[in-house]
Design a binder for this molecule. Structure first.
Ligand SMILES: Cc1ncc(COP(=O)(O)O)c(C=O)c1O
Length: 287
């Protein structure tokens, strides 16, 4: 299959897309990205993804902000050129070239790609996964925490360390011992029939899947609370799951080999996973 890239609004064959060696994303790691999922060729919750990226650029003090309409055009262009129904769509925006070769006005670099989604095996969803605790802490004074910046080295290193221990994800805690999030996911637990997740100012990334779940949990009569959670709170919980746009709702049944609840997928997790699929079908699949 031919791979396409949308680069600053132009659709190019992947092997022909080029970015300047002076690009701030390459030179200094100054960039933001979004990973989105398209079902049946339609991107789930595109607007909140674009809003999150633009908001991060504003909060991080970029002198030029991306235009949501431009971003949307790049993303739609590459998705339409990619025939697979279920795709992983990545949008990357950097502050562009540091070299004033063309003009005094910095021009952002916008890249959108789409590739057929490699789904996680079904058994992860039917049996649940294990997680470990990340050796790296989520530092609340690091301005990039809570944003999806292109500097993901520490997160990917923690994820790789988890995989080496036969775990699926690593949970990140603050230096004070409060749960933040996974390396690349949001974390929820269920306790006394309530859905609990760390507050956004922990800080954590304002996950689009996290927000979607919190929205419809209320409609399903499942009370939701944003609450600081310690490792002991997690151990005492009945259910746990991870979310992100690719994995959707993924049950966790062990933390560092210790079982959570009865080590089986809980009722609330199951209910939320079913409701998420229904919502995706409603918003993206079919006519
Ligand atoms: C650190 C972190 N937290 C949470 C998430 C989940 O975000 P979303 O639900 O928007 O995909 C991600 C996704 O990659 C992430 O990298």
């Amino acid at each position: 299959m031919r791979h396409w890239v949308s680069l600053n609004g132009t659709l190019l064959a992947a092997e022909e897309a080029r970015v300047s060696v002076f690009d701030a994303g390459f030179m200094q790691g100054i960039g933001l990205f979004e990973t989105m999922r398209a079902y049946d060729g339609r991107i789930f919750r595109l607007q909140p993804h674009l809003d999150r990226l633009v908001n991060s650029a504003r909060v991080l003090g970029w002198s030029v902000l991306p235009e949501p309409d431009d971003l949307e055009e790049n993303v739609r262009q590459v998705v339409s050129a990619t025939p697979a129904a279920d795709t992983r769509v990545r949008l990357t925006v950097t502050t562009g070239s540091l070299h004033a070769e063309a003009s005094d006005t910095p021009q952002l670099t916008v890249v959108a790609t789409a590739s057929p989604l490699e789904k996680h095996p079904d058994e992860l969803y039917t049996q649940g996964v294990s997680v470990v605790i990340s050796a790296t802490r989520q530092n609340p004074t690091d301005p990039t925490n809570g944003h999806k910046t292109t500097s993901y080295f520490a997160r990917l290193a923690a994820l790789r360390a988890a995989h080496k221990q036969a775990a699926f994800e690593a949970l990140w805690f603050t230096p004070d011992g409060f749960l933040a999030e996974g390396s690349i996911s949001s974390v929820f637990v269920v306790r006394d029939e309530q859905l609990l997740t760390p507050p956004l100012d922990t800080p954590v990334l304002p996950g689009i899947t996290r927000a979607t779940l919190m929205e419809f949990a209320v409609a399903l009569d499942i009370p939701v609370r944003e609450l600081p959670l310690t490792l002991d709170d997690l151990r005492a919980s009945e259910e746990m799951f991870l979310t992100n746009s690719m994995m959707e709702v993924l049950p966790v049944v062990r933390i560092a080999r210790e079982p959570i609840g009865n080590e089986k997928i809980g009722e609330t997790t199951r209910k939320l996973a079913v409701a998420y699929t229904e919502l995706v079908n409603q918003e993206c699949v079919g006519e």
